[in-house]
Design a protein around this ligand. Structure first.
Ligand SMILES: Cc1ncc(COP(=O)(O)O)c(C=O)c1O
Length: 402
């Protein structure tokens, strides 16, 4: 038996994992760029390209100058855990003690850990579809039964609490994501309260993925299910510096467990995988979250970012809306444009592949977010310049009319 077949045998269960298509598409676009020697406009990966807040950078440099480059405690350095507790408390009015806060490399590990800690094989897990694919990918991998909550364009891609009510008795865990990737939809306060009531009545744990909670494109603040006092004992709150502070490469996120003993379980599992997050990045994020809470430079950075995102969105919408064969869903939050391309007659894969090859524009195909994403593409405007936002509709118009 050769090494490869042993390896294949060992990794057989991994065959079901599909992973995040955005990274594959980014790779493909980079290859195309190298192969053709012409720059691609990247809108596939969900990130901000703006330089990180100064306070964050200075916090990292200070920590590195102090040679803070060794292992640290698994749940995270106390100053960051306290900064996260204060920050989330100020947003949600939930009292949070430091022993419930765990620092993770981005929000992503918290998703899987919640499944491991709160469910057993065969338990029902409800996920929004379309939605961030890692929820269903990992729940499926761990042998859970998936209950899709289909998001309807007629309901602006928000979860309909009645749909959740129907499946709740069979569900152990619900993934909630508002503002939502990929549609930018934002749950209303009454929908959140209704979902919370149903979860409470049926003993459903809620993982509230609040990665985009700071990125609102309207004047309304995003409301959180963590504001519902009676549900906090069965909620895991997830946040991240990736979108909040544009620090996606720094890999610092946070997970707030319902109680200290669950936090300990989560920490043990996570510690077995990566031991701890880099101290210097944690120190930088601690300084930035404090600055955000005190309306300092990080808050100004975020305000400037949102202003820029709103301008990009306006340019994109005014250029794309007149194109007859496509239809944009206007987002309320996050930095994604969810575009219906079904009338072009192309599958989303054909559309995405050809658009890259013919127009040097990299978008993400809708099926990256589940089967009902067929007929859609996602455009991330988080990393665009205003000039790029102007060019994108021209390229798409040329493409669909050629
Ligand atoms: C909804 C959602 N949750 C979690 C993540 C993970 O982000 P990170 O691990 O960088 O915090 C992403 C990334 O795009 C996302 O869109």
């Amino acid at each position: 038996m050769d090494i490869l077949s042993i390896y294949r045998g060992l990794t057989l269960p991994m065959k079901n994992i599909t992973g995040e298509n955005a990274f594959r598409q980014m790779n493909k676009a980079n290859d195309w760029e190298k192969q053709t020697g012409r720059p691609v406009i990247h809108t596939e990966i969900g990130q901000i390209e703006k330089p990180i807040p100064r306070v964050l950078l200075e916090g990292i440099i200070k920590s590195l100058n102090n040679e803070q480059t060794g292992y640290v405690v698994s749940p995270g350095i106390p100053s960051l855990r306290q900064a996260v507790a204060d920050y989330v408390q100020s947003k949600t009015r939930a009292p949070i003690t430091l022993d419930r806060v765990i620092i993770t490399p981005g929000a992503k590990p918290g998703l899987t850990t919640a499944i491991v800690a709160l469910t057993k094989k065969g338990d029902g897990v409800a996920c929004p579809v379309p939605g961030y694919s890692i929820y269903s990918d990992m729940a499926d991998f761990f042998g859970n039964r998936l209950y899709p909550l289909y998001l309807n364009p007629a309901n602006h891609f928000r979860i309909d609490p009645d749909d959740f009510r129907k499946i709740a008795p069979r569900v152990k865990l619900l993934f909630l994501n508002s503002p939502h990737n990929p549609t930018g939809s934002v749950a209303s306060w009454s929908e959140i309260q209704e979902i919370a009531k149903i979860a409470q009545r049926n003993g459903v744990f809620v993982v509230s993925d609040e990665s985009y909670s700071e990125i609102m494109l309207t004047d309304k603040p995003a409301r959180s299910i963590y504001e519902v006092e009676g549900l906090r004992g069965q909620t895991i709150y997830l946040g991240s510096s990736s979108k909040t502070l544009g620090f996606s490469g720094g890999r610092i996120g946070w997970c707030i467990a319902p109680d200290p003993s669950t936090a300990e379980k989560l920490t043990t599992f996570l510690g077995n995988i990566y031991s701890c997050c880099p101290e210097f990045n944690q120190a930088g994020v601690a300084a930035a979250l404090q600055s955000l809470a005190e309306s300092g430079e990080a808050k100004q950075w975020l305000d400037e970012l949102k202003l820029h995102l709103k301008k990009c969105l306006k340019i994109l919408l005014s250029g794309l809306t007149p194109i007859e064969t496509i239809k944009c869903h206007e987002p309320e939050g996050a930095f994604y444009l969810w575009v219906d391309i079904s009338r072009t007659g192309m599958s989303c894969k054909q559309f995405t592949d050809k658009l890259l090859e013919q127009q040097w524009l990299s978008v993400l195909r809708g099926t990256s977010f589940g089967p009902t994403g067929e007929g859609y593409i996602r455009i991330c405007f988080g990393g665009l310049t205003l000039e790029e936002a102007e060019i994108i509709p021209d390229r798409i118009r040329d493409f669909v009319t050629s």
